[in-house]
Ligand binder design. Structure first.
Ligand SMILES: Nc1nc2c(c(=O)[nH]1)N[C@H]1C(S)=C(S)[C@@H](COP(=O)(O)O)O[C@H]1N2
Ligand SMILES: [Mo]
Length: 402
């Protein structure tokens, strides 16, 4: 018996022409591609913005105003990413037969083709990774060991680079495809085909491309409706897919509980004091002493990186008033440490622009009640226009760093 040769295997593989469904076509691919490009563009810009808040660079001016900005950018980030899922699936399905294109002859053509395929492989792999890792992060399920934020950010650059290369290479095809109707011929004029048991007819089976396009866009729109309520209050009741919608004890979702953070003992200890440190000076304040300082009340959103956000009324001491007790110069950078003993986000940095703002609070009350243990008792940071992960709960120490 002879082993099958490469030619034998090649004969068994389908060719792009073997896929005769009328549902596929460049008109469909290009239109879904444009929608996907917009979604990925929005995700990239808002994602970079969120990354920079958590990893500040000198050249990016970050500040507390407007207070709602991060809430909007991160809401857009998560909604656009979720809406991209059905679009990506339809896009991949529409170009799948091209996987079976045979390599061209001639060395030059072969090199060009190989380069294009490598860029497409990078694009597909990175796009799938971005959406999958983003969705898993929203679900707070981490089946990996790497840092989500750093990896999601690094792969985003691969995705956006590969996307730009792809658009540049395909630009002539895209322009032609967008200039023509999505279906080759008007649907109404098509003769009614009978179903053939022995495979697709020559004209091709399946829904028209217009129908597929409509389906893809509707699925994407539906995804938006089902998730946007995590940040858009009047959609809360519609958004059954929203993992968290902002509601919870004291009128606000709880992200990590005091127990999960290992903060219960420290937070309920009668010996609790807040340490405020600048240069050589340290002041220790009990919770009662904090409550005796001038109190301010502000309505500020909690805006989680996972997309959910909600306004709440916070009462407490302005961070800048506390810093004044140790004669810290106005506009100091501050390191915030918490009582947390387990997991990430135990310590955060509060840049000068935030410590200067009188709305940046060490909150003692949430929506008119004493902060519950899970919301950060004895006191927590709440600042305008900040990602939720930086709104440190169970604060133990504020130290001026610069
Ligand atoms: N010390 C500490 N603070 C923390 C966290 C944490 O894990 N540890 N989680 C943050 C995250 S991710 C969010 S979204 C907010 C949520 O605050 P809440 O649980 O009071 O709504 O708290 C932030 N503060
Ligand atoms: Mo969060």
């Amino acid at each position: 018996m002879r082993l099958p040769t490469v030619q034998d295997v090649e004969r068994l593989l389908p060719r792009p022409d073997d896929f005769t469904s009328r549902s596929r076509g460049t008109g469909l691919t290009a239109r879904v591609g444009v929608a996907l490009g917009v979604a990925f563009g929005l995700c990239f810009v808002t994602g970079l913005w969120s990354h920079l808040q958590q990893d500040p660079q000198d050249w990016v001016p970050l500040g507390p105003s407007p207070a709602w900005l991060y809430r909007v950018t991160q809401g857009v980030h998560v909604v656009a990413g979720t809406a991209a899922v059905p679009l990506l699936l339809v896009k991949l399905w529409s170009v799948f037969p091209r996987l079976f294109l045979r390599p061209p002859t001639g060395r030059r053509a072969l090199v060009v083709e190989a380069l294009e395929r490598v860029s497409i492989a990078a694009l597909v792999a990175s796009a799938v990774f971005m959406l999958a890792s983003g969705l898993l992060n929203i679900a707070q399920w981490y089946p990996w060991d790497f840092s989500f934020r750093r990896t999601h950010n690094a792969v985003a650059w691969v995705a956006i680079g590969a996307l730009l290369v792809h658009v540049a290479v395909k630009l002539p095809v895209i322009r032609t495809a967008l200039g023509a109707p999505v279906d080759d011929e008007p649907v109404d004029d098509e003769p009614v085909e009978e179903d053939h048991e022995d495979g697709p007819s020559d004209a091709g089976d399946g829904p028209t491309r217009r129908a597929v396009l409509l389906g893809a866009v509707s699925a994407s729109g539906l995804t938006v409706l089902l998730t946007a309520g995590q940040s858009v209050p009047w959609l809360r009741d519609v958004s059954v897919f929203a993992v968290r919608n902002g509601d919870g004890p004291q009128g606000l979702s709880i992200n990590r509980t005091a127990r999960a953070a290992g903060a219960v003992d420290g937070a309920s200890s009668p010996d609790y004091v807040l340490e405020v440190v600048a240069g050589g000076r340290t002041v220790s304040l009990t919770r009662e002493q904090l409550a005796e300082l001038p109190q301010r009340t502000h309505r500020l959103p909690m805006a989680c990186v996972e997309g959910w956000s909600k306004d709440a009324v916070w009462t407490g001491v302005a961070v800048r008033d506390v810093l004044a007790l140790v004669d810290a110069p106005p506009g100091s950078d501050v390191r915030v440490s918490s009582l947390q003993t387990r997991g990430a986000f135990a310590n955060t940095d509060l840049p000068a622009a935030f410590t200067q703002d009188e709305r940046t609070l060490l909150a003692l009350e949430l929506n008119g009640e004493t902060l519950s243990l899970d919301h950060g008792y004895p006191c927590r940071i709440i600042a305008p226009n900040r990602p939720g992960v930086l709104q440190t709960k169970w604060v133990r120490r504020l130290e001026v760093t610069a």
